[in-house]
Design a protein around this ligand. Structure first.
Ligand SMILES: [Zn+2]
Length: 277
């Protein structure tokens, strides 16, 4: 089954040797590392959209040390349970905003180990992130694409994943099949509380947002709470670069982050499951 569609005309893409083609002749080559670039230049709002090299490196270096592994493990368990319940041959799982593929590749390996045969695809608008993902993992299908204009067929996804990434419900509704699951991770109230205490005079809790989405019913919430110990400044700086606070941080905040030698903090994440109706 071909799930991918041409980002120019919307027709189904067929795999040729080292490229994908649509019936109208639009062709997309696989990059050397193995990903597909499905973001036409007229839909790119900058030369290199998405996370830059520094961001990608910071996140990769942080995640590969396993600090967020409890989140990844919980995601894997939730998806395995979902596929066990709604079993279908070779389900299609799409991770939208996959970054450098930490959660995606761990999920694919986990399902393979459990002999749950599936097609796992990761998409992100950052070419640098997707290239890093494709270099590190050859068993996931990777593509550079926009979450707001997914090159994916209508109602083709069995499971849609969004890990801390921007969500576009209109597109999610379009590509997810009826009764398919939307699984996404959001930070909860106490996430990185001790980091905030260390860098802000008046830290505040994250807002709790329980959303209703048109066309979906909320089904489950899985909490992930865990303490992590960061033993060096490098890991702390990488963690800080992954947070939304990084972009709006003052000189003073940056100075405080740089002064931290080690940090014990809590991770507090909710994994939410919505069902498409
Ligand atoms: Zn086309």
């Amino acid at each position: 089954m071909n799930y991918l569609t041409c980002p120019v005309c919307g027709e189904t893409l067929q795999k040729a040797e080292r490229s994908y083609r649509c019936p109208k002749g639009h062709s997309f080559d696989l990059a050397a590392s193995g990903y597909l670039h499905l973001l036409p230049s007229n839909k790119m709002h900058s030369k290199l959209p998405g996370d830059n090299k520094q961001m990608v490196t910071a996140r990769r270096d942080f995640l590969r040390k396993g600090y967020y592994q409890p989140v990844s493990d919980k995601l894997n368990a939730v998806i395995a349970a979902e596929l066990g319940q709604n079993h279908k041959k070779q389900p299609f799982i799409l991770d939208v905003g996959c970054g450098e593929g930490y959660y995606t590749s761990r999920l694919e390996a986990f399902l393979r180990e459990k002999a749950i045969h599936s097609t796992v695809c990761g998409m992100d608008i950052s070419k640098l992130a997707v290239n890093a993902a494709a270099k590190a993992c050859k068993t996931v299908q990777w593509a550079v694409a926009s979450s707001f204009d997914l090159p994916v067929a209508d109602q083709s996804c069995d499971v849609l994943i969004s890990m801390f990434a921007p969500i576009c419900m209109e597109e999610f509704r379009r590509v997810l099949r009826k009764n398919g699951a939307l699984v996404f991770a959001v930070t909860s109230t106490r996430h990185l509380w001790e980091l905030k205490e260390a860098i802000y005079d008046e830290p505040y809790e994250n807002k709790k947002e329980d959303h209703q989405y048109e066309g979906f019913v909320f089904e489950q919430k899985h909490k992930v709470q865990s303490s992590i110990h960061l033993p060096c400044q490098e890991d702390i700086a990488n963690l800080f670069a992954m947070t939304p606070y990084y972009y709006k941080s003052s000189v003073e905040t940056s100075r405080r982050v740089a002064a931290l030698e080690q940090l014990d903090t809590i991770i507090d994440v909710d994994i939410l499951v919505y069902r498409k109706i």
